[in-house]
Write a protein that binds this ligand. Sequence first.
Ligand code: SF4
Length: 214
Amino acid sequence: MPATKQLSEYNREQLDTLLMVRRRLAVLGQEPQRALQEKIADYLQFRSDVDGFLHEHFTALCNRTCYTSRRSACCSREGIITFFADVVINCLQSTGDDLDKLQRDLLGIQNEHKCVYLTARGCHWRVRPIVCAMFLCNRAAKTVFEDRPSLRNRWEELCRRKQLFTWPDRPVLFDFLEAFFIDLGCSSPLMYLHNSPGLLRVKRRGQASTRDNP
Ligand code: SF4
């Protein structure tokens, strides 16, 4: 791997985390690997449901209003939030070549107006970060949901399902995956469910509520 001294802090954190997860997964036995794949199966089903909904109701509109006119806002911000669990899940679902591409993106020339992972052929992630997957710009949401409350309800139900994997007011997959790698000796600034004061408060409140209402 080439020297990384000119990387932005964001790219360095992303790269260090990606390399660490790859290294750990590479030395994990077959059985723990299989157990991890089983653990993320419900989440992958949820992501497939999200993709299906977006494809059915948003893809044509987004292609028409953004991609063909090159005004796309979704992937144009640098520094999109990625959770540690996003990295793990993507690694579990990717080939070595896929992950090499992400590493090259992080080491490559930066375009400050575009996400580092965006290429002419789209996003390089196999399972995109959850923040990206559930992002709807106000304009698209207004166009699609206006006068269609049942469709909005379906989207809100998907947003509620997302919380069951990501929001640590109860035991959730994203917290489990961080804890799993912490037990293996890993540490990453992307472990927000173990580092963020706000999310730690949510976790503590959830644990207290479970204790008080078993
Ligand atoms: S990670 Fe992928 S989907 Fe998310 S902003 Fe970057 S290019 Fe877009």
